[in-house]
Design a protein around this ligand. Structure first.
Ligand SMILES: [Zn+2]
Length: 428
């Protein structure tokens, strides 16, 4: 069985759009009828649900922003009675009030379904043992992976993140075949496994990596696949939409949007106009969520969108890898720089470990940026570190056309992360 839900995954795009329109009309009406804030937003824009007759009519609907979600914290956008909510999640809220995700029974079923579909496309099967090393708690990550894997019938080890030596022991003893974690944590786990005397590629049964929750480059993917001897897949999702399960990869490593539940648009972040081709800010509308439907939510994530058919046979639209959150975007000497581009450059050079930091500093009051890179132990012992610096600087220049200084630091000096890696640091 190649597909989890063949009918949906291979539906002609025309039929998919019909389904999207039918569901869009329903969700818009539901939000308008049941929630005063949504109703007010629609009225201000001079529209009623009856004005949505085609998918293009969507552009009349005002965007929903992160700031609004914070203003209506925690339950302002709830569209059902609190009695019908059966689970609540929230983002960490490191940059302000957390974003709250509420779920009805039916929302949880949809979540399990889209996660099962995604994990199935990644190659997860009933026979797999999935070590779930995303942090359990209010964060959606671990729970989404658990629900999907169990729907497939795979075994879940809910180990959560942290206590890395124990992770390695459990992976060995329980025979984990799939690892769900942030990519940076997966890389760190390989490092710890080696310290413990294991060869990650040979001494474990792991064959599948289910990674997400941070922007990472293709080069980082190759590095992790190589370290562990696995196939690594990318997952993309947001608490505001449902959690993980919004977008995930097929065997061709193309990111398919679960577009029967989540409608994607790409806009110019400056004007809000829809872009038909090329990169822009992703905007998502949940088509089936009951408790908290997000209508035209601006993600601040930069990617492109395509309806070209995929070699895998799926007709679900394809989204490019996230270049970065527009929040992480930096302007260096007038050039727009995403941390993932610098990561790509670093990882092209032989002898680097995958641990790096972008250091923002003020020198004589002027903001500067440099890159701190850790080589592998072997490369560090070889010496000639100036050569390594120079090579990385050249790769960065070839991608960004910018000279950004590189500082080589001894192995194991950059702090490791057990969750989302902190790539950008500010120092004084
Ligand atoms: Zn595909």
């Amino acid at each position: 069985m190649k597909f989890w839900d063949e009918k949906i995954e291979t539906m002609p795009i025309k039929d998919l759009k019909e389904l999207q329109l039918k569901r869009l009309k329903k969700v818009v009406k539901m939000a308008y009828d049941n929630n005063a804030i949504y109703r007010e937003k629609f009225k201000k824009a001079g529209i009623t649900p009856e004005d949505i007759k085609t998918l293009d009519d969507m552009s009349k609907i005002p965007f929903l922003t992160k700031e609004e979600l914070r203003n209506y914290y925690p339950f302002g956008l709830l569209c059902v009675e609190m009695d019908d909510v059966v689970e609540i999640h929230a983002s960490s809220g490191t940059t302000g009030k957390p974003v709250v995700g509420t779920y009805t029974k039916n929302d949880l079923e949809v979540w399990a379904e889209v996660m099962a579909r995604s994990l199935w496309a990644n190659g997860l099967r009933k026979s797999d043992i999935m070590q779930n090393s995303y942090g359990y708690g209010l964060f959606t990550g671990a729970h989404g992976f658990e629900k999907g894997a169990q729907k497939i019938g795979a075994t879940v080890i809910p180990i959560s993140s942290g206590n890395t030596k124990r992770q390695i022991n459990i992976m060995k003893d329980f025979g984990s075949t799939a690892l769900a974690a942030t990519p940076s944590y997966a890389l760190y786990m390989a490092e710890v496994a080696k310290e413990m005397g294991y060869e990650p590629k040979e001494d474990f049964k792991l064959h599948l990596g289910l990674f997400g929750a941070e922007a990472w480059s293709e080069e980082m993917r190759k590095k992790i696949e190589d370290e562990w001897g696995i196939v690594a897949h990318e997952h993309y999702g947001l608490t505001e939409i449902i959690g993980p399960g919004v977008v995930s990869e097929c065997e061709e490593k193309h990111l398919h949007i679960n577009a029967d539940h989540f409608l994607a648009e790409v806009i110019d972040p400056a004007t809000g106009e829809r872009i038909e081709e090329g990169e822009g800010e992703l905007v998502f509308t949940t088509l089936t969520k009951e408790a908290f439907p997000a209508i035209r939510f601006r993600t601040r994530d930069i990617a492109s969108y395509s309806e070209e058919p995929c070699e895998c046979g799926r007709t679900l639209p394809i989204q490019s890898r996230i270049k970065g959150r527009s929040d992480d975007m930096m302007k260096v000497k007038g050039v727009i720089v995403f941390p993932s581009q610098i990561e790509e450059a670093i990882m092209r050079v032989e002898g680097v470990s995958g641990n790096y930091q972008l250091v923002k500093k003020k020198v004589h009051g002027m903001p500067t940026l440099h890159v701190r890179v850790e080589p592998t132990e072997e490369r560090y012992k070889e010496g000639y570190l100036d050569d390594l610096e120079e090579k990385i600087e050249e790769e960065i220049y070839s991608i960004l056309n910018l000279h950004i200084p590189v500082e080589i630091v001894p192995p194991f000096t950059i702090p490791r992360s057990e969750g989302k890696a902190k790539r950008i640091v500010e120092e004084n």
